[in-house]
Structures are given as structure tokens and as C-alpha cells.
Design a protein around this ligand. Structure first.
Ligand code: G6P
Length: 603
């Protein structure tokens, strides 16, 4: 899994390759590399481990390269060490790969028998040697790409250069995204639109089983050996670069951006007493009126948003919902009853598990498919019949924050739209939505207290998070945030489940964080907390309920009162701040936590 970028040009491309690759760093940052051909047709390659900036000092050795391919890696097969960094070479051929070659072991042994020496432990290296072997037989790259891809099982987006083909990139894909940018006197390949936007907004999407030959002046696309013509699309994405705007980290900036994003979404979609018509696309109010069941599918943080949605929708309608993680959905038997809507949720729209789930759903008997996504022109939005774009702006920090609250907001809008036929509650719910904007400011004022509390987590190895009702997915999401960026183990439980096992973990060292909005469930959660306190656990309670602070082992983070409907959106914000401050104390790389990637494009 990884990010791919390439430029077919007659001019020097060294810096552009580096800058473009930087925009794909969200796809992984275990190692990176660039290969390019010189005017003299010589092949030069640089590689570095860690973030892409580590390539900078090596760039001078690429001074005269014109056409080149670049890669940023998120390790799947083979450790995050230099020998496993892409590009992978086979004499005069260099390749970059995003995806997983499932049959690489058998291909590797076949190639070894033919005398090929492997320098890496990756699955990707078989591609460079296979292309080389086929090219040696035919001296024709087009047929070599066809015979190579025929042999590959799994998923791939490949960029390839062969020094015998001056200023030419060959590209192919199946199951991993690849676009071709159409520039002026130079053309591009990339995993997504971002690296090419400073040069062109015009692009072609390469579909499964297609391959392309790209020179500075020509893009030729083939399906098997048949040349095909494809539509050139124009991106509408704004090229404005994301900057820190005075914040120390993107995560902090994005936590603070939630205020303006939710305000903007309110003014875009919410009227005085009702949600505006057809906000999910033309004719969608009618489509949504006809739904009896919903299947939500997502990963990570987006999955947690779907759990809240399931509770909301089932509370206010008779619609039944399921929420599945995409990596499970794909491999399960799915029973689709009549009038079932499939909803995929994804910040990036590029998560492989979610994409393949949608592909599966499109073959089943759903009445419709809706994608809730933050990135326009992503694979998910291209595949789904209905699309809701959240427009929360680029989320740079790997740990998702503003995408989560935007997803919750969108799902709340969906709940209101589909609950219309179940009673006259829209205007009351809309009133609650407006309260988000009134209350949100007071949450940021808690940061000073949260900063102090974060000290108590710094040296912990384990934590427990609790919630009940819609606060349970918030406990899951808060625990995920802490794990992701501070590397402290965190488990989330329904508060009522504590006594069925996890209570055994509680002793005087165990921090237990609880989300406790003052609602009809609060009484029960308080009993569960009493069980923790009786075992001397250290409790941190986010609540607007007046509860006596019995001893110094109880920390109360005083939340503003709010309608129960919007509590999940508000309660997660101080929890995001807590994990941020714990990570700062632990001096981790907040925006780029180890081992993770913003968008996981392999299954
Ligand atoms: C990765 C990210 C998570 C994210 C998940 C789903 O694992 O690190 O933060 O929640 O993917 O991403 P998506 O873009 O589909 O929402």
C-alpha cells in the first residue's frame, strides 16, 4: 500500500517529483524513493527510510532526470527498511507499486529459478523482474506489461520506466487507484489527484485491467492489446495548500476547525425548522422515504460514526440498521432484504476495504448506495450511486478528528431526513442541531484542565474507556485516538459490560475514562463507576451531571449541558484534546504516528 507519482517530461522533474510525493505522504511514510532517466538514458534511483523529507539530501544525485517515478511506502510485506523501499529495479527497468501481490511467493520462486536475484523482502519486487523477463523475450514493453499483469494475483497500481523507452512511463492497475494527469508538454501518473493539481486539473481514471503508455505529449490507454479512448475529466478541487495556521500540529488545528466546519454545514443544510430538501442529491428525499433497512459499512473512525448513526436511526424510526467493519463485510454472507440502503462512510474515499465492500454491494440487491465522504473525486465517490461530500477540507493528521464530527453531523442529517415519516420531530431535532454551534466554544475552554489531567496518563500502559448508548461509540473513538497517537493501550467497553470481565483489570493504577451525559442512562453508568471506585480505580468522568467528587481518585471534567441527541458530537471533542495532550507529553509524532497511514489502500 502506498502512494505513487510519476512525470513523463523532457524537462528536469526532480523537485516536482519530490513535492508531488509529499502530497501523498498520507498514504504511508515508512520509506520513499524516486527513479528517473537522464537525458543520456541513464537510470538513477534514490531511497530513504522514514518520512519523505529524508529523501531531500539525496535529491542532488537526480539533477538531470526528466521522466521519473516516485513512491511513498506503508509496509505490508517486508520491514520498513531501506532495501524494501521502492522503486524496485531489474537492470534497466524500475517499478513502483501500490497494492498486494498475493501470489508473490510462487512468482518469486519461478523467477529465482530463472536466475533473478532478489534484493528486497517485498511482494512488489517480483513485478520488476517479471517485466524484465518478458521484455527480454519480446523487446516490447506493451506486450510485457500485458503478460506480467496476467500473472499477478491481488491488487496493484504500477508505474514503470524502461530506459530503452525515452521519457515514457508505463502504468497499469487492478484494485488499486491510479489516475493519469494530462498536462502541457508533460503528463503524470498518481494515486490521487493531489500531486498533479499544481500543473493540471485534467485527468483520466485508469480502470481495472487497463494499462497506459505515457509520454510528455501523448497518453495511450489499452485494454489487453486494444487501444481505447477514455474521457478526460476536470477536477473541481481547490488547490489551496493546507497549512498549520499557527497551530503546532495539524491534529490540533483540525480539532479547532470542527467549530467552523459544523457551523458551515449547519448553514448549508439546515433551515429554520427543517433540513433543506434533497441534501443527499436530486430526488433523495423520496428515495430515503422508501427505505426499510440500512447497512452501514466503514473502517476505523468512520466505523465508529456508523455505530452512532445506527443508534440514532433505530431510536427515531422503525428502520433496522447494521453497522459492519468493511474488512468483515466483504467476506460475509450478506442478506439484503427489499428496500435496503447501503451506506459507506469514509474520510478519504480510498480505503481499500470500504471500496471493495461497495463493489460487492453494487452486485447485491440494494435499493441504492450512498457514500458519505470527505474527498471529492475519490474512488468511493466515483463508484457510489449517491454521494454526500462533507467538504470538511483536507484532513492531514493521520488521527481523524474533524472528519469524525462531520460524519456524525451528516449522519444526524440523514437520521432527521429518514425519520420524517415517523412523526413530527424534525423541528425539535433542528433546534438541537443549532445548539451545537452555541455550545461548542465552551468545549475548547476545557483545554487547560485537560492538559493538566493528561499528565496522569503519561506513564500509563493501559486505560479503559466506558460509555453507554451513543456514548459507547464515543468511548471506542476516544480509545482509538489515545492508542493511535500516544501508543497507550486503550480498550472501550459498554459500561454495563465492565462487570462481565474487564473489571478484573481494575486496580489503583488503572485509569478509567467515562463519558456520562446526564440522560436516562446516567443512573446505570454511575453504578458501573461505583464498581470501579470500590476497586480503587482512577476515574476521569466527562459529564454535565452533578456528581459528588468523593475522593481525589475521581476527576470530573465538567461538560456543558446539551440535548442528548447531539451529545456524541460534543463529547468527542474534549476526548480528542485529551489524547492530543497525552501524546505531546509522550513526545510522539502526533500527526504521523508510527506504523499507521492516513488512508489504508490495501485489504
Ligand atoms: C486509517 C486511518 C484512520 C481511519 C481509517 C478509515 O486506518 O488511520 O484514521 O479512520 O483508515 O479511513 P477512511 O478514510 O475510510 O475514513
Amino acid at each position: 500500500m502506498c502512494g505513487i507519482f510519476g512525470i513523463a517530461s523532457t524537462k528536469s522533474t526532480r523537485n516536482k517529483l519530490y513535492q508531488g510525493l509529499m502530497k501523498l505522504e498520507y498514504r504511508g511514510y515508512d520509506s520513499s524513493g524516486i527513479s528517473g532517466t537522464h537525458i543520456s538514458s541513464k537510470l538513477s534511483t534514490i531511497k530513504a527510510t522514514g518520512p519523505i523529507k529524508n529523501l531531500r539530501t539525496k535529491l542532488t544525485s537526480l539533477t538531470n532526470i526528466t521522466t521519473g517515478i516516485a513512491h511513498t511506502r506503508w509496509a505490508t510485506h517486508g520491514e520498513a527498511i531501506l532495501k524494501n523501499a521502492h522503486p524496485h529495479l531489474s537492470e534497466n527497468i524500475s517499478i513502483v507499486h501500490n497494492g498486494i501481490i498475493e501470489n508473490y511467493i510462487e512468482l518469486k520462486s519461478l523467477l529465482k529459478k530463472k536466475g533473478y536475484l532478489f534484493k528486497s523482502d517485498t511482494d512488489s519486487e517480483v513485478i520488476s523482474h517479471l517485466i524484465h523477463m518478458n521484455y527480454e523475450k519480446t523487446k516490447n514493453m506493451e506486450s510485457s506489461i500485458i503478460s506480467t499483469t496476467k500473472k499477478l494475483k491481488g491488487s496493484y497500481a504500477i508505474g514503470c520506466i524502461n530506459t530503452n523507452y525515452r521519457n515514457t512511463i508505463f502504468a497499469a492497475c487492478k484494485g488499486s487507484p491510479l489516475i493519469i494527469g494530462k498536462g502541457i508538454n508533460e503528463n503524470f501518473i498518481a494515486s490521487d489527484i493531489m500531486p498533479i493539481l499544481s500543473d493540471t486539473k485534467n485527468y483520466i481514471t485508469l480502470d481495472d485491467d487497463e494499462f497506459a503508455k505515457i509520454t510528455p505529449s501523448k497518453i495511450s490507454i489499452f485494454n489487453a492489446n486494444k487501444a481505447i479512448s477514455k474521457k478526460v475529466k476536470t477536477s473541481k478541487i481547490n488547490t489551496e495548500q493546507a497549512s498549520l495556521s499557527g497551530h503546532k500540529h495539524f491534529m490540533h488545528k483540525e480539532i479547532y476547525e470542527q467549530k467552523s466546519i459544523l457551523k458551515e454545514m449547519t448553514s448549508r443544510y439546515v433551515g429554520t425548522n427543517k433540513i433543506l430538501s434533497n441534501i443527499f442529491g436530486p430526488g433523495t428525499d423520496k428515495i430515503l422515504e422508501n427505505i426499510d433497512h440500512i447497512h452501514f459499512v466503514a473502517c476505523g473512525t468512520s466505523y465508529h460514526a456508523s455505530l452512532v448513526a445506527k443508534d440514532w436511526i433505530e431510536e427515531y424510526t422503525t428502520i433496522t440498521c447494521t453497522a459492519e467493519v468493511a474488512s468483515e463485510y466483504k467476506y460475509k454472507k450478506i442478506n439484503v432484504l427489499p428496500k435496503t440502503l447501503f451506506v459507506s462512510i469514509s474520510q478519504s474515499g480510498e480505503t481499500a476495504d470500504t471500496i471493495s465492500s461497495l463493489k460487492k454491494a453494487l452486485k447485491l440487491k440494494y435499493s441504492n448506495t450512498l457514500a458519505i465522504c470527505n474527498v471529492a473525486e475519490s474512488t468511493l465517490t466515483r463508484l457510489s450511486k449517491l454521494v454526500f461530500l462533507m467538504n470538511a477540507g483536507p484532513e492531514i493528521s493521520v488521527a481523524s478528528t474533524k472528519a469524525f464530527t462531520s460524519q456524525l453531523f451528516t449522519l444526524l442529517l440523514l437520521t432527521i431526513v429518514i425519520s420524517r415519516k415517523f412523526g413530527n420531530i424534525e423541528s425539535r431535532m433542528v433546534k438541537d442541531i443549532y445548539k451545537i454551534n452555541e455550545i461548542i466554544d465552551s468545549l475548547y475552554k476545557l483545554e487547560t484542565d485537560i492538559k493538566k489531567i493528561s499528565t496522569k496518563f503519561k506513564n500509563k500502559e493501559h486505560t479503559i474507556f466506558l460509555g453507554k448508548g451513543t456514548s459507547y461509540p464515543i468511548a471506542l473513538e476516544a480509545a482509538l485516538k489515545l492508542k493511535e497517537i500516544s501508543y497507550i493501550h486503550a480498550s472501550a467497553y459498554h459500561s454495563g459490560e465492565l462487570k462481565h470481565g474487564p473489571l478484573a483489570l481494575v486496580d489503583k493504577k488503572m485509569p478509567v475514562v467515562c463519558f456520562l451525559p446526564d440522560n436516562h442512562l446516567a443512573r446505570l453508568v454511575l453504578s458501573n463507576l461505583a464498581e470501579v471506585e470500590a476497586r480503587q480505580g482512577q476515574t476521569f468522568i466527562f459529564t454535565n451531571k452533578k456528581i459528588p467528587k468523593k475522593n481525589k481518585k475521581v476527576e470530573i471534567i465538567k461538560m456543558p449541558g446539551c440535548p442528548d441527541l447531539i451529545a456524541p458530537i460534543l463529547y468527542i471533542i474534549p476526548a480528542q484534546l485529551l489524547s492530543y495532550h497525552v501524546a505531546l507529553k509522550k513526545k510522539t509524532d502526533v500527526d504521523k504516528p508510527r506504523n499507521l497511514a492516513k488512508s489504508v489502500t490495501v485489504e
